[in-house]
Design a protein around this ligand. Sequence first.
Ligand SMILES: Nc1ncnc2c1ncn2[C@@H]1O[C@H](COP(=O)(O)OP(=O)(O)OP(=O)(O)O)[C@@H](O)[C@H]1O
Ligand SMILES: [Mg+2]
Length: 386
Amino acid sequence: MTVSESVRTASTTTASTTSAGAGHPAEGSALRPHAEHAFADELTALAAADDRPRPARWRLSPWGVATYLLGGVLPDGTVITPKYVGPRRLVEVAVSTLATDRALLLLGVPGTAKTWVSEHLAAAVSGDSTLLVQGTAGTPEEAVRYGWDYARLLAHGPSRDALVPSPVMRAMADGMTARVEELTRIPADVQDALITILSEKTLPVPELGQEVQAVRGFNLIATANDRDRGVNELSSALRRRFNTVVLPLPATPEAEVDIVSRRVEQIGRSLDLPPTPDGMAEIRRVVTVFRELREGVTTDGRTKLKSPSGTLSTAEAISVVTGGLALASHFGDGVLRPGDVAAGVLGAVVRDPASDRVVWQEYLEAVIRERDGWKDFYRACREVSA
Ligand SMILES: Nc1ncnc2c1ncn2[C@@H]1O[C@H](COP(=O)(O)OP(=O)(O)OP(=O)(O)O)[C@@H](O)[C@H]1O
Ligand SMILES: [Mg+2]
């Protein structure tokens, strides 16, 4: 048995990783199915329609992967829903990077869909988004390289059977896409373990006098938060191994409303919330409040505003509206109203009770109160702010 084979055997017997496998919930019952399951129909239709050349072990061509992310209509009429709403070029750069020997680093402020894009890229390229290392300040080297099953190690000494491969090692052995979340939070010495993997495409196992060589098709997608930069700044040696793609905040209010309404609809469906006939007015309102406070100026450019300490990301706008929909459908008349989103907006804006409350009160009285057609929203906000 080669190391690669033993790695594959071991990967089906260890429970310590996030792989879908024996513990996989019955079809349709997972609270949050992985992208490759949630969009299995689209991926199958794309694979059938995609006649362009595919890099080694890719499920789709780069064109197919980009279409999966950005959406489109196939010749047979199958609709591919857009997963990422943003500049096409960014997605094309990300996808083509994965077809080279350089790894991909998705960078951006919180809530700009870095994790989301990483998951969908892995699902479309390799059909598996679960080869995932979650970066934290406590991520050990074993999470990136390999560990040992200590019972076996003590009983039989170092052997292939006692080796517990990391998701990265499994991706190398099988020519798949590995994912590392929050790369900059990982301690510098653990990050360094990635340098050999990315430059030499090999992972030595000195205890066994062997190595795992990456099979063609292997690549890695890392995400990192702009705001975390400096926690563990990437070494320049590691940074050189990556092509960086910066995911921006939505450029226009319309784009952000589009993202929020799409995602809310999808999430609502997965939570079995009844469809809300006209939530658009409230979605627009939430997006307007978030954008104005984030940018520190009203949409008309007339009034300067103080920004609160929170990020008020698109992701948070999605949560506020989803929370509002749950209120509307369980305790209201099923229509999303100002009272259903007011508490959520307040919670997102006022993170630091001391400083943010002042920011909010000023915005409430100077902007929300004076705006045409916002009386109901003003009243609802007053009620929850008291
Ligand atoms: N441009 C966009 N297109 C589609 N979805 C988006 C976009 N921006 C944000 N989202 C949505 O926002 C949600 C959160 O995104 P995600 O968790 O990937 O953000 P992140 O950049 O990883 O944030 P963090 O830095 O906090 O980890 C997802 O549900 C995603 O669909
Ligand atoms: Mg993330």
